[in-house]
Write a protein that binds this ligand. Structure first.
Ligand SMILES: [Zn+2]
Length: 172
């Protein structure tokens, strides 16, 4: 069966659920996609700040301790989503709109996860990354302190509180 021709350029993106969407037709402000499969999929673009997922202070720490080996000189949302993609290749579809120029983002990820579940996955991966970075730095006191903090850290509770707070600040 031929695919319906979508206006604009490029190919449509196959989502983890099997549905298709054109990656450049998603809205810059969109954080969730109500899919025709009946699920709500998390949507992230490289234009979204990392503070969508974690507080400014943690973003600062990440950017301080994590070395990136690409054209970005700092750890960004694109790196975080690349980690999710690596961990769950079947659950994340990535679209490229760099040539579109109209939409305000270059990369877009649509997850099989709903927005809250994706948020938890991102926070878990970032915490793990921080842990590795701290261990790599080889400062035993810092490692112990970070691990003590980690032991008390409840990802689900954090994500719920953060989402409540952010939605209160910037209703979407
Ligand atoms: Zn779907």
């Amino acid at each position: 069966m031929p695919e319906p021709r979508v206006p604009g350029s490029g190919d449509s993106l196959q989502l983890p659920c099997g549905e298709r969407v054109h990656p450049c037709d998603l809205d810059l402000g969109m954080r969730a996609y109500d899919c025709s499969c009946g699920e709500t999929h998390a949507v992230v673009t490289d234009a979204h700040p990392l503070t969508r997922f974690v507080p400014e202070a943690l973003v600062d720490s990440l950017q301080e301790v994590v070395e990136t080996e690409d054209r970005f000189d700092q750890f960004t949302t694109a790196h975080a989503l690349a980690m999710v993609h690596e961990e769950f290749p079947d659950q994340v579809a990535r679209g490229d709109c760099a040539d579109d120029g109209q939409v305000g983002y270059a990369l877009v990820w649509v997850a099989g996860f709903d927005p809250r579940s994706l948020h938890r996955v991102v926070v878990e991966l970032l915490v793990e990354l921080m842990n590795h970075a701290v261990e790599h730095a080889g400062n035993d006191a810092a490692v112990r302190e970070f691990e003590a903090q980690l032991a008390q850290f409840d990802v689900a509770a954090f994500v719920d509180a953060y989402r409540r707070e952010r939605e209160f600040d910037t209703p979407v």
